[in-house]
Design a protein around this ligand. Structure first.
Ligand code: UDX
Length: 442
């Protein structure tokens, strides 16, 4: 099948590359010329494991890019709108790019075409798209479907090719159902994942409900971790005890400095606004958001407790990206934590395997270094903010030698408390007993 992708950011590019991988012919369009030049050379404009391989495998063949929508739509049976929906200050999402893309597509083709809404949008956006199609006299030659993505950064390619489920909302036209089923058939056949066919609103709500629920799990366990600290309990064992109940499960129950990124913060805020619009009380999501924000200042106060004063201190930081496996700094907790420590007078030397270069603009006062050891050499403390595998596997004896004082404050609970005690560190983390100079303090 021929598929057009409008907007080649994280969602659009991964979706397009995956569709090419399963045999479809994909033409991407993006208004960003610099990005198109990179893509024409088969280079991804951002770090995402596995994406470069797909680009180099299909570039110029089943995957091509155009600088105009007409070129992208040529012969296409479906067009995926994957443009950005940035947050506005009031928590609503700006849908101007979705409208622009809808109008551009509608004014370029008479169909037949399935216009697929893939950007993260509030409920009823598909109805607005439908209204434009009617206004332009292109319905039902052009039909609308909604197909939310559940891609995680750092594993987006795998999440697209091996999804937990595929959710498709349609306005009831059989042809649209056929096109969407055929598009995803190679994935459904290979993985056996469920293809949920529903109406437009149900599919739109599924996205926000899923992300807000996952964010809620994280804030819940962070609140539990705070109780554990007060009573000398161990959150790791609490999580173990909870997660063996299949109704709870082990995922998204890792305590620490909380969630960041381009999805959870934005989606939680927007779901609160959506609910308010319908007079539904989802105020508990306010607590989810507040707890999450507080985790960042809680980390700073742990560093203060370990170091007494920040002035004249050098702090080595491991991790800047909002999570491992990406160079994405959008709403990364590390940015707030580092700025707060610098405001208190500390000098910060930071390392991240992928996001260092991007952080230079965000953190002008921070010394961004090229390797983990340089970040901590002679530092008064090590602060861990992203749980990259290389940190988990670090040689802790060498870390202890490099640091001026054996002090680690861990925002991601990377190492076992017992081991840190045996090594003689002062080690503070979330929801677990403090270790002070090798002594576990319950
Ligand atoms: C998320 C959803 O997982 C994905 O389905 C959706 O499509 C987009 O939003 P992403 O933001 O890439 O994906 O990352 P995710 O792995 O969910 O992590 C989000 C944030 O939560 C990260 O900052 C991560 O560090 C944090 N997190 C995650 C925790 O603090 N604890 C956890 O247990 C899990």
């Amino acid at each position: 099948m021929r598929v057009a992708i409008v907007g080649c950011g994280h969602v659009g590019l991964v979706t397009g590359a995956a569709f090419a991988e399963i045999g479809h012919t994909v033409v991407g369009y993006d208004s960003d010329r610099a990005k198109l030049e990179l893509l024409a050379r088969g280079e991804a404009p951002f770090y995402e494991p596995g994406l470069d391989e797909l680009l180099s495998r299909h570039n110029g063949d089943r995957l091509t890019f155009r600088d105009n929508i007409a070129g992208a739509l040529e012969g296409a049976i479906a067009a995926f709108i994957c443009v950005g929906t940035p947050s506005r200050s009031d928590g609503r999402l700006s849908l101007r790019y979705v409208e622009q893309a809808t109008r551009d597509i509608t004014q370029t083709t008479d169909g037949p075409l399935v216009l697929v809404e893939k950007s993260t949008v509030p409920v009823h956006t598909a109805q607005r798209i439908l209204a434009v199609l009617r206004e332009e006299g292109k319905f039902p030659a052009i039909e609308v479907a909604t197909n939310p993505e559940f891609l995680r950064e750092g594993s987006a390619v795998r999440d697209m090719l091996e999804p937990d489920r595929i959710v498709v909302g349609i306005a009831g036209n059989g042809e649209t159902e056929r096109v969407m089923r055929e598009l995803y058939a190679p994935i459904v056949e290979r993985t056996g994942c469920e293809f949920i066919l529903t109406d437009l609103e149900t599919a739109e709500i599924t996205k926000h409900a899923s992300n807000s629920f996952l964010a809620m799990k994280i804030s819940f366990i962070n609140a539990v971790a705070r109780i554990c600290e007060k009573v000398g309990a161990d959150v790791d064992s609490v999580v173990r005890g909870m997660s063996l109940d299949p109704r709870i499960g082990p995922h998204h129950l890792f305590p620490g400095i909380g969630y960041g990124g381009s999805c959870f913060p934005k989606d939680v805020s927007n779901f609160i606004v959506q609910a308010e619009e319908f007079g539904v009380d989802m105020s508990f999501l306010d607590s989810v958001r507040r707890i999450n924000t507080e985790q960042r200042s809680l980390l700073v106060s742990k560093v203060q407790r370990a170091l007494w004063n920040f002035e004249g201190k050098t702090i080595g930081v491991w991790g800047l990206a909002f999570k491992p496996g990406t160079d994405d700094l959008r709403d990364a907790p590390a940015l707030d934590v580092i700025k707060a420590m610098e405001a208190e007078g500390a000098h910060v030397r930071a390392y991240d395997p992928a996001a260092g270069a991007a952080a230079k603009d965000e953190l002008p006062r921070t010394e961004i270094v090229a390797d983990a050891h340089t970040a901590i050499e002679g530092a008064d403390a090590l602060v861990v903010l992203t749980e990259w595998p290389e940190f988990r596997e670090a040689d802790l004896d060498r870390v202890k030698e490099a640091l001026r004082r054996p002090v680690i404050v861990d925002g991601r609970n990377v190492w076992p408390v017992q081991r840190m005690a045996e090594l003689g560190f002062t080690y503070l983390s979330f929801g677990r007993p403090d270790v002070v100079l090798g002594q576990i303090r319950r």
